[in-house]
Write a protein that binds this ligand. Sequence first.
Ligand SMILES: C[S@@+](CC[C@H](N)C(=O)[O-])C[C@H]1O[C@@H](n2cnc3c(N)ncnc32)[C@H](O)[C@@H]1O
Length: 496
Amino acid sequence: MADDWQNKLYFGDNLDILREHIADESVDLIYLDPPFNSNATYNVLFRERSGEESAAQITAFDDTWRWSMESEFAYQDVVSNGPQRLGRLLAAMREFLGQNDMMAYLTMMAQRLAELHRVLKPTGSIYLHCDPTASHYLKLMMDAVFGYDNFLNEIVWYYRGAGVPKKSRAKRHDVILNYAKKNGEQFFNPDPIRQPYAEATTERFSHYIGNVRAGQDYGEQKLNPKGKHPDDVITHIQPIAPSARARLGYPTQKPEELLANIIAASSNEGDVVLDPFCGCGTAVAVAERLKRRWIGIDITHLAISLVRHRLRDTFGEDLLPYEVVGAPQDLASAEALAVDSENDGRYQFEWWALGLVDARPAGDRKKGADAGIDGYINFFDDNSGKPKRIIVQVKSGNVQRNQIATLKGDMEREKAAIGLFITLKPPTRPMAQEAASAGVYAPEHYPDRQFPRLQILTIDDLLSGAQADYPRLAPQATFRRAPRRRGRQGAQGSLG
Ligand SMILES: C[S@@+](CC[C@H](N)C(=O)[O-])C[C@H]1O[C@@H](n2cnc3c(N)ncnc32)[C@H](O)[C@@H]1O
């Protein structure tokens, strides 16, 4: 292990990050769970769309990938510069599928799979998590990129669920495609993920079972005391229930146990685990716990914020230092992010700014839930267990007094204890006066302290370490806190 290694959380498009930052053959294990709207009906996925219609519908949170000019360029890139077999396959798929969401998804995946193959070590392996909506196409693509000789397993993750269709069987499994970079050289240790034998098997082996083959006696057959060799169907791990304590509010969050199953068997302590679509960081958190090195990449600041909180809440002081790459560190890059966010209609600047004060984004924008509030922070200032609320507004453009007046109104309506106004541009004097006129918040348990009811912080202040001023009696509960783990445990015996 290189001594100067630091775990890394990258904000950005994984294609760029892989190309610019990740060296050839530097990663031991890759897990990826790319976003895909498998809930959309099958016909929608295959319906042809015009470029404009589709690009306009994209938001950073949207699970689907739609055919656009970007897909067209990506397609040309793979066909002209990608591995030959992959280019030929993609051209054939386009012939068959046309230009629809499915094809857009596969085209984007083709570029990324080629890069993932490049960064994987010869002893490494990759697990691609998907579902039956696209797994058959992805398997062809994995064959083209990794080679069918390197196919190891199509792992079926079976889980329970509610709801049944009238005219077909219920869909109850995901597919995880597992390939080696070089079949035979991959690291694999079944021991940490062995399962108990079935009762009937244990019963059968409780009597002497001989083993005579071709006239030779190989002695007694015995069960492995460590348990049954894992097979390619996982049935003992369930998705995280919507109400579970472990759920962090990220819709596609996978259970840690599933990731532990993969990471413990296919990597060693100190190995590098890469998750290029890391979401709220399940693979990253498990890699940290199992003492692997890790690299996480995500394209939204929301995910990056969640991962940071999750790591802090889970490991506390035991967390090894890690680097966040790609998030603005100074005013100039914050300004650039604001311009980019404005141009591509995303909420990146806002999510990033909310992350600076540990605020949670408010509502689902797609449903138009925005009532003038961008985020909120919950805090506790007594022992009643009832959180108080700070509502947060983020502005990257010009600012003026009446925005503060509006926030004051929002605070009344939402019964918020404190209002926080975050601005990229410096506030005017009338804004400061308006904020001061909101008075102070004076909680009962803090007889000596008063907190301004309406606070203005600039991005510059925040980058210099300033924070909102509010009582912090008990741990903050803005993000659902990841359950705390004591110390970092080894791979063995730590599953489940
Ligand atoms: C299905 S989620 C992953 C969930 C994750 N396994 C977990 O347990 O939280 C997919 C993630 O990929 C991210 N994503 C989508 N396109 C990306 C890209 N081009 N580069 C990096 N991340 C991307 C999305 O923001 C989303 O967080």
